[in-house]
Structure formats: structure tokens, C-alpha cells
Design a protein around this ligand. Structure first.
Ligand code: MD6
Ligand code: FE
Length: 201
């Protein structure tokens, strides 16, 4: 589900200020590919009780920043509002991955599958430069469609789209008044499985 202009301009500025404060507390780091160690072109940090990291050992969620060892900052209120309004999932998000793109950055086609419960959606918010978002089916190699994500847009991958392959083909220069030639994307996720009501496990 694509919700264009989910955040108005004042909300975008407020969320940006919260993200800048989060980055001051939990500095951006450069993730790299498991095994090969090839660096991502995107820089990252996280908010929430768990943060997504990628290094030579693999992809995982962890409770602390890989360089400072400190817990991640809290998820900004407007991001929590988006999860409540758009996520339609009864439990709060645990992770808010912050991806920062310059004009040369891209993200290859991938599935978000490091979470335990695919019944929970992934809710994304974009700030700054417009990007070309590509998405396809839940199997690799199929056809993809393109969608422009602009500052303030929300995107929800849920239900049958939860495991769709998707990526960022490019960033469009000069497309934003909020951030010059930079794009920030937040993805909110529920990571852990709810306890089983019957067994408590
Ligand atoms: C990005 N987004 O927009 C990358 N994943 O920079 C994602 O990888 C993504 O937008 C899951 C659900 C929504 C997303
Ligand atoms: Fe993703």
C-alpha cells in the first residue's frame, strides 16, 4: 500500500529533527555484505529496542549499536503513529531501521525476511529526495514495477506483499526541498514472534 504525502511538510520537518537527534546519539555506520565484506552504498542506524545490522557474520537484529555499544534511541513519535495508523498490527514495532542515501546510493532487490513473524507488516516512511522504488513478486527473477517514493510518502508491505522483492534503483537529484540530494528512509518492523497463548512459549 502506497500512501503519497502521508506526512505533511511540518510533520516531515519534525520527523527529520527527531532522526537527526537519533543519528547524533547513534551515529550512521556503513554496513557490509555477509561473507564478501563488500560495503553497502547506504549508511544506516536504528531506533527501537532492536536494530538491524549487516556485517561479515551475517544479517541480524541486536539491542545495541555495533560501534558505540549503546542501546538504540527511541522510535520517533510520528513513526510510531504511522505504525499504528497504517500497520494494523496489535503489537508495537521493535525496530526502526534508518537508511541514508546520497545520490550515488542504491539498494539491490531483496526480501525483508530477518523477522520471525511475517504476519506483521513492514511500514516505511521516506524523507528528502525522491527515489525510484522497484518491486516484484515474492520469487526472485520475475518482472518488477517501478514507483516513485517522495518526501512524506508511506509504504506498507503487508499480507501477500510482505515478502515481495524490492529495492531502490536510484535517487533523483534536485527533487526535494527538505533535504538537498539526500534521502532518508525509515522501516518499522516487528521482529519477535508473540508468545503462544496456549503454551506461553
Ligand atoms: C528504502 N526500503 O526505501 C528501502 N523494505 O530505502 C525497503 O527496503 C523496504 O520500503 C520493506 C518494506 C518497505 C520498504
Ligand atoms: Fe526492504
Amino acid at each position: 500500500m502506497h500512501v503519497p504525502f502521508y506526512l505533511d511538510e511540518a510533520e516531515q520537518r519534525a520527523l527529520l529533527a527527531d532522526i537527526e537527534a537519533a543519528i547524533a546519539a547513534a551515529p550512521l555506520f556503513q554496513p557490509c555484505m555477509p561473507r564478501t565484506g563488500k560495503p553497502f552504498s547506504v549508511k544506516m542506524t536504528n531506533c527501537g529496542t532492536l536494530g538491524w545490522v549487516s556485517d561479515r557474520d551475517g544479517y541480524r537484529y541486536q539491542p545495541a549499536h555495533p560501534e558505540t555499544g549503546k542501546p538504540w534511541p527511541e522510535i520517533p513519535p510520528l513513526a510510531l503513529r504511522a505504525w499504528k495508523e497504517l500497520g494494523l498490527y496489535p503489537r508495537p514495532p521493535e525496530a526502526c531501521l534508518v537508511n541514508v542515501y546520497d545520490l550515488a546510493a542504491r539498494m539491490g532487490l531483496h526480501q525483508d525476511r530477518d523477522e520471525e513473524d511475517f504476519a506483521a507488516p513492514v511500514v516505511s516512511l521516506s524523507l528528502g529526495a525522491t527515489c525510484v522504488f522497484r518491486f516484484g513478486a515474492a520469487t526472485r527473477g520475475g518482472k518488477t514495477q517501478s514507483l516513485e517514493l517522495r518526501s512524506g510518502d508511506a509504504l506498507v508491505l503487508g499480507g501477500p506483499a510482505r515478502l515481495a522483492y524490492h529495492g531502490i534503483a536510484r535517487i533523483i537529484p534536485g527533487s526535494s526541498d527538505l533535504l538537498e540530494d539526500k534521502r532518508i528512509n525509515l522501516t518499522l518492523r516487528r521482529v519477535t514472534m508473540p508468545p503462544c497463548a496456549a503454551t506461553g512459549a
